[in-house]
Design a protein around this ligand. Structure first.
Ligand SMILES: [Zn+2]
Ligand SMILES: [Zn+2]
Length: 249
């Protein structure tokens, strides 16, 4: 049989740990409802049981500049094209049971939530946006904070979002210093706090469409700063999150 040229081999390669580990994960973590943990039918396309679907408020596209929720395909009137972030997509608003579930994911050590969350985020993104990202970039945590927590929830989320989209995971950003936790600061302080927080590390990908992934989009300061760093390196950046906080206007 003729060997494939390097280039083709590279294209076929899946993100690390993809197919090989799936049966193992399936056995350990049979699909459960994200909110109430009830067992689901293996083929369920939505990781929520019937009862919890009624509690779930789907989000979708929203404006990276003014935070307004957008109907698919309709650009916002506030001229968001001046920002390095071309678009934003979230699974749901950061409220109610969805907020509690993300709290378990972020602070409660429930890293197994990453797979159903990330896979669902990737699938919906593919169905509802025309972005066609070529690589996924997680918003990094400072190493010290990641060591305390044992994992970076955004990295895990990005890994499984990339898996669903069939694109590589590229951790192109690093966070060299531990800034105070964003949630403890006012909006203005959050913007100052993240300025210069990220460094680009790795191969250049000029002109590539990158999907920047974070667990929660609240003021947007973190994701805007991360997008700016990628944008300066020539990447076209879209943002995705498991939840977002609607901006009060
Ligand atoms: Zn449920
Ligand atoms: Zn807007």
């Amino acid at each position: 049989m003729r060997a494939l040229p390097d280039q083709q081999l590279k294209k076929r390669r899946r993100p690390p740990g993809r197919r090989r580990t799936e049966p193992f994960w399936r056995l350990l973590f049979p699909p459960r409802c994200l909110l109430c943990r009830r067992l689901l039918a293996a083929a369920s396309p939505v990781p929520l049981c019937g009862g919890c679907r009624a509690l779930f408020t789907p989000a979708g596209l929203f404006c990276p500049r003014c935070g307004k929720e957008l109907l698919s395909g309709q650009p916002c009137s506030c001229a968001p094209e001046i920002l390095p972030l071309r678009g934003l997509f979230a699974l749901s608003r950061y409220e109610g049971p969805w907020r509690q579930m993300l709290h378990r994911f972020k602070f409660g050590g429930e890293r197994a939530l990453a797979r159903p969350l990330g896979n669902w985020l990737g699938r919906l993104l593919e169905e509802e946006t025309g972005w066609q990202p070529e690589l996924a970039v997680p918003v990094p945590l400072h190493r010290r904070r990641e060591e305390e927590r044992g994992y970076n929830q955004s990295f895990l989320l990005a890994r499984f979002t990339a898996e669903a989209l069939g694109i590589p995971l590229q951790p192109l950003l690093v966070r060299p210093e531990a800034a105070p936790a964003q949630s403890s600061l006012s909006y203005r302080r959050r913007l100052e706090n993240v300025r210069g927080a990220f460094l680009y590390r790795g191969k250049p990908y000029p002109g590539k469409r990158a999907l920047l992934v974070d667990d929660i989009y609240s003021t947007g300061a973190t994701m805007q700063e991360a997008a700016t760093v990628l944008h300066r390196r020539g990447l076209i950046v879209f943002g995705a999150a498991a939840a977002y906080t609607p901006r009060l206007s």
